[in-house]
Ligand binder design. Sequence first.
Ligand code: SF4
Length: 280
Amino acid sequence: MSATSNSDSWIGDPRLGSDLSNQAQPVLLPCSVPGYEYQLDPYIGCGHQCLYCYALCRQNGGWMNEVRSYTNLSGRLADQVSQLDPQPIYMGWHCDPYQPIEAQRCQTRESLQVLLDAGFSACILTKSDLVVRDIDLLSPMAEVSVGISLGFSDDSLRCLFELGTPPNSSRIAALRTLKEAGIVTYALICPIMPFLTDIPMLLKSLHGSVDSVWLYPISIQQEAGRNWQNIWGIINERYPDLTTNFRNAVFHSDHEYWQKQRTLMEELAKKSDVELLVNF
Ligand code: SF4
């Protein structure tokens, strides 16, 4: 499915939008991830264009087609970290730090340089293999970790739901490279799409590339949300036999699909040499 065949006509090639130029605005923000006091998002908006993205319900249409950045991000970050004790900073909770625009703009790389110079570390979460570009900055950090998320075991399925992400094989190769460089790695199997995400296949393909695997189901807050409307359109068009079961599983955590997956994960965990953290 191409971007233009989707009913969301606002989805297009993302461009770099206006800078967030209020120099008084902090760039490090409180982090809700356990174990991290602060998070950093070098960009606002995301060119990975995942049609299931949580942000589509909270933003006014521009999340995917206009990516915003901070004026003087590295200077503002340096000012903030100079007032803090060195600690790991979470990057990737709200917005992907290695989305396509980073290849030219390098806001994430510049931020990592500031963190490294100040004795801080980074915990990265991304969908992109571009993160391997910055191994030289990540490796020396004391408490560094990198996670890459994957939701699908085959790329034809991925391309239906993620219009701008790198192939799965590139992401898995990146995890392996990072692990070989001595960096703690983890995979997020997320979002698990009921009946579509082949969890055992993904676990098999990740073998030897990660220290742990976290598993999260697709999370949809409301049927009226733009992300659900995107997904529902694809399921109806491509998988009409799945519609009822898919919808029931998405909105009911006690659906037998999840019960079966839990049992399967318990069995796989006994044989796995990586930690499996199941969140469904
Ligand atoms: S990578 Fe994350 S933030 Fe970016 S569009 Fe996909 S789900 Fe949204």
